[in-house]
Design a protein around this ligand. Structure first.
Ligand SMILES: C[S@@+](CC[C@H](N)C(=O)[O-])C[C@H]1O[C@@H](n2cnc3c(N)ncnc32)[C@H](O)[C@@H]1O
Length: 345
């Protein structure tokens, strides 16, 4: 049967683009493993000065032939270059200098390490979960370790932080605020940005004790004061009161039963007319919001409790908790900012 397809131009044309899409999807795995392995062995930092693969292997204690082949793979991905004055030495490209050197403000190494861990611990169970349902993977506060929070900081700095600030700067009610709570603020970068936006804002980060002690204090130490810290578990402990704004970003991927009590707690902590500003992934359009589709599936593999809501459903939960939604804005799919005002009693 294969003979009839070999010289058939129509078959060739109709297969070509579909095959390329399938093949590129399949190859994403190889590319990711090359990248994450290089990050794990700090190969990019070692190549701050160009080196042959043997010099690199000796410096990092790696196998010489394997290192040469890994460098070739990275060169094919435009993460390294071998051209120019360096002869047989490998050097960094502009992209790897910007995103893969630890000293760069745009370093993405912790995010890549987190993605590798997530792929191994969670995505590796997809087939099993498909047959037997979500896995019993314990999900507690220990997920939020230093490396996880650094990964969140790296993701924020590459666009969502700047887009959020641009959106909020336009909001007069936000700019008139005095006291702002950054609930589940983790790394504290949003709080630092608020304090820079208006030095008169009094900003507070709330997070687990191990996060505040393990990373937030260190990150905000580079900032000139004015940021308060509260340690606790937002599901059990008080979050303070008298706020004009509660900002909450990528914290509330929860089912209704545990989400609504948190929204009500936020409502109680706000002054009359105060704002809830939520920034989360929302799953509104399956083809547009592909990252949210994968995120939601990943949650379900590993426990089946957490989930990504549509923005309409999320707005319903917000309104059921004593707010009136005043603004919904996409800040780069699938993230949306939802601004809601506390309804005065
Ligand atoms: C995905 S990170 C988001 C960090 C930051 N808001 C951002 O958008 O980059 C979730 C944050 O919420 C915090 N968090 C989650 N559940 C919490 C809880 N029950 N009590 C206190 N903090 C919590 C985590 O420690 C972590 O810092």
């Amino acid at each position: 049967m294969i003979n009839q397809f070999i010289f058939d131009q129509d078959s060739e044309d109709s297969c070509e683009s579909g095959f390329r899409q399938i093949f590129e999807t399949a190859c994403a795995f190889e590319k990711f493993y090359v990248l994450s392995t290089a990050v794990e062995h700090e190969i990019f930092d070692a190549l701050s000065e160009p080196k042959t693969s043997s010099e690199l292997a000796d410096l990092r204690g790696l196998h010489r032939d394997m290192t040469e082949k890994l460098c070739r793979a990275m060169t094919s991905m435009a993460l390294l270059t071998k051209n120019g004055d360096n002869g047989d030495k490998y050097a960094l490209t502009n992209i790897s200098k910007k995103f893969l050197i630890e000293a760069s403000p745009y370093y993405q190494g912790d995010l890549i390490k987190l993605m590798k861990k997530t792929r191994e611990d969670r995505w590796g169970n997809l087939s099993e979960a498909l047959k037997n349902g979500p896995m019993e993977i314990p999900r507690d506060h220990t997920v939020f370790d230093r490396s996880f929070i650094l990964a969140m900081a790296e993701a924020a700095i590459c666009g969502s932080l700047q887009r959020t600030m641009r959106a909020l700067r336009e909001n007069e009610d936000f700019m008139r605020a005095k006291r702002i709570l950054d609930l589940g603020g983790g790394h504290g970068l949003y709080s630092i940005a608020f304090a820079r936006l208006n030095p008169d804002f009094e900003v507070t980060v709330f997070d687990y004790p191990q996060v505040i002690e393990g990373i937030t204090k260190e990150v905000i130490s580079g900032h000139n004061g004015g940021i308060n810290l509260i340690q606790g578990d937002l599901t059990k402990d008080g979050i303070g009161s008298g706020y004009d704004v509660v900002f909450v970003s990528d914290v509330l991927y929860r089912p209704e039963a545990s989400l609504v009590p948190i929204l009500k707690k936020i409502n109680t902590s706000l002054n009359d007319g105060g704002l809830l500003i939520s920034k989360h992934y929302h799953l509104d359009d399956i083809s547009e919001d592909q990252t949210a589709v994968f995120f939601d599936l990943m949650f379900t593999i590993s426990g089946g409790i957490d989930l990504v809501h549509s923005s309409a459903k999320f707005c319903d939960f917000i309104e059921d908790s004593g707010f009136s939604v005043v603004h919904v804005e996409e800040i780069g799919s699938p993230s949306k900012i939802i601004i809601a005002k506390k309804v005065m009693k």
